[in-house]
Each structure stands twice: as C-alpha cells, then as structure tokens.
Design a protein around this ligand. Structure first.
Ligand code: GTP
Length: 308
C-alpha cells in the first residue's frame, strides 16, 4: 500500500482542512480545503514550502521551536483539545483557527498531521459579545448626565478601598458633596440650566481631583469622591480648592449655587469600616456643613462603635 497516496486521498474527503508537515515545517501534503481556507489557488503553492507562510510575521521566528518540541515529546492534541492559533490568509488578514495535531509515522520517518478548523466567525462573535458586555457594564456604572461614575460604581470602589485598607493599610478619604440652593436654579432658570450646572460641577470636581481619585454623582444634586492613598489634609486641600473654584465660577455664570461637603478619613487598618458607616459619617458631616451656613467643608470620624 502506498501510505502517502492513501493519506492524500483520505484527507480530501474529511470535513476539515488538513496538512502533513515534516520536521522542518515543510508541507508534504495539503488538502483542497486548507488551500481554499488560506486563499491560495493551487496546492503546489504550498507543497514544499514552510508552514510559516500561513502564520503572521510576528510569530514566525518562534514557530519552529513549537514544531521541534512537538516532534521531540509533543502529545497528540485531539478534537476539542487543540491549539488555538492565529493564521494568516494570503491577503494578509488574520484567520483564527483551532488545530488538532497528531504524530504520523511514514517509512522515511516521523511527520505531523494537523487538522485545521476556521474559528474566525466564532472568535469575532465572542469578541462582539465581550465588547457589548463591557459596554453594558460601563453604562451600568456611569451617570448619563455627567459621564461620572454612578452610585453603584462608587459603592463598588469604596468596598475595594475598605478591603485594601484592611489588607495593606492603604488609607483613603471619602467626601460627600451636596449642592446648596440648587432647587432655586431649576425653579428660576429651568431644568435644562439645572442640568448644565450639574455637568459643570461634575467637570470642575473631576478636574480638581487627582487622576486616581474617584468622582461620582450619587444622587440628584449629590456627588461623592474617594481619594485613595490620601491623608485627611491631602483630601481637604483638594476639596477646599474645588469648593472655592466652583463658588467663583458658578457665580460668574449667574448660578448662585455653592457646595456643602462632608469628609471622613479612613486610615486605621484595625477599624471595622463598612460602606454604610462611612457613608453615614460623610453624610452627617455634610449635613453639619449645611446647618452651619452651607458653602463649607466639615470633617467627621467614622463611629467608634464600628471598630472591632
Ligand atoms: N436639573 C436637574 N435637577 C435635578 C436633577 N436631579 C434632581 N434635581 C433637582 O435637585 C433638587 C435637589 O433638591 P434639594 O437638595 O432639596 O435642593 P437644594 O435647593 O439644593 O436644597 P439644599 O440642599 O438644602 O440647599 C430638586 O429640585 C430636584 O428636582 C437633575 O438630574 N437635573
């Protein structure tokens, strides 16, 4: 029996693209489906050539190492447990493939036979679904009016910061911000102007904070910030600057709105901080700022009864 010929006939009738290569990665046999899959016309364009021609430039130099190690001690890779690979079509585009690999022994030595499945459309569909999920998640965590993080995102970040303080002693400060007399803007200048004020406040608070700080809109005219790594003084310095800047800018726009802020600092890793106790403390401080005349910052301490 002429084994090569029998194999050549066999790989023409199977439903996958297939190739047989020698130790030097040269094509010894290829079927029609493989030729078509990679955009070639004739089998002879591939036969005798190095299989690198079906790979993107970037991986060519290392591919012979994979072939060598397969010939040395590689195990067969059956259907469903194959390698995922990026191939290169003749037109230069990428083809995502799964490759099932097997050793095959001919009279003149060992060869490898590979069955190749085009998984490009599956990969593109998976990528699209992943992008859509990421987009959905980003939307679910974003405040639509201002583009800031929303309350849910703020709470998630706060939970992370509480954990980091507990595990690594990484301090942070939290601030609650409520606009003063904002209702008056809506009532006298209209809701659309009110929206503009909220957007302006959002951008000034965001620009006034450090890049690593989180700025969120957590309610109608309520914002909140988290300042990871900050001392109380650091946070107060940033927030005082934001308060002053906004007071002047909003007045310049004829928007008589100011900010009341409540800040609390979490820096004791032995304290049993939780989201609720921190929010309560910051909210209480903000309330105190309102009661004592608005347009100011008050500091609160998280209740001692929350400590372990
Ligand atoms: N334009 C606009 N207004 C909003 C939005 N969400 C909430 N509001 C309004 O924000 C106002 C918030 O109410 P308050 O906090 O009681 O009003 P305030 O005048 O700031 O009162 P103080 O906080 O005591 O100074 C209400 O009039 C809401 O209708 C929004 O997305 N756009």
């Amino acid at each position: 029996m002429n084994t090569n010929r029998t194999l050549a006939e066999l790989i023409e009738v199977i439903p996958d693209a297939a190739m047989v290569v020698n130790r030097n990665s040269e094509f010894v046999l290829v079927n029609r489906m493989l030729v078509d899959m990679f955009g070639y016309d004739k089998k002879r364009e591939l036969l005798g050539q190095n299989l690198n021609m079906l790979l993107p430039e970037a991986v060519r130099s290392v591919h012979q190492n994979h072939v060598d190690s397969f010939f040395e001690h590689g195990e067969n890779r059956p259907m469903g447990k194959g390698f995922k690979f990026v191939g290169q079509h003749k037109d230069g585009s990428n083809i995502y493939v799964e490759i099932m690999l097997s050793h095959v022994q001919f009279d003149d030595g060992p060869y490898a036979i590979a069955f190749v499945r085009d998984t490009t459309s599956l990969k593109l569909t998976e990528d699209k679904i992943r992008r859509e999920l990421e987009h959905e998640r980003a939307l679910a965590l974003t405040d639509h009016l201002t583009g800031l993080a929303n309350r849910r995102s703020f709470v998630e970040e706060l939970e992370t910061d509480i954990l980091e303080l507990r595990e690594h002693g990484w301090q942070f400060a939290v601030c609650f911000i409520d606009l003063d007399d904002f209702k008056h803007i809506n009532d006298t200048q209209g809701h659309e102007v009110g929206d503009k004020v909220l957007q302006h406040v959002a951008s000034v608070v965001k620009n006034g904070c450090r890049g690593s700080d989180l700025v969120a809109r957590v309610g109608g005219d309520e914002f909140a910030t988290i300042h990871p790594g900050a001392t109380l003084e650091d946070a107060l310095h940033v927030l005082e600057r934001v308060r002053e800047r906004l007071m002047h800018e909003l007045a310049d726009h004829n928007w008589p709105v100011t900010l009341s802020m409540g800040v609390c600092h979490c820096g004791d890793a032995s304290m049993n901080y939780d989201v609720a106790s921190i929010l309560r403390a910051a909210d209480a401080a903000m309330y105190q700022a309102k009661q004592q005349g608005k347009n100011q910052i008050k500091v609160a301490h998280v209740a001692a009864s929350d400590s372990e």
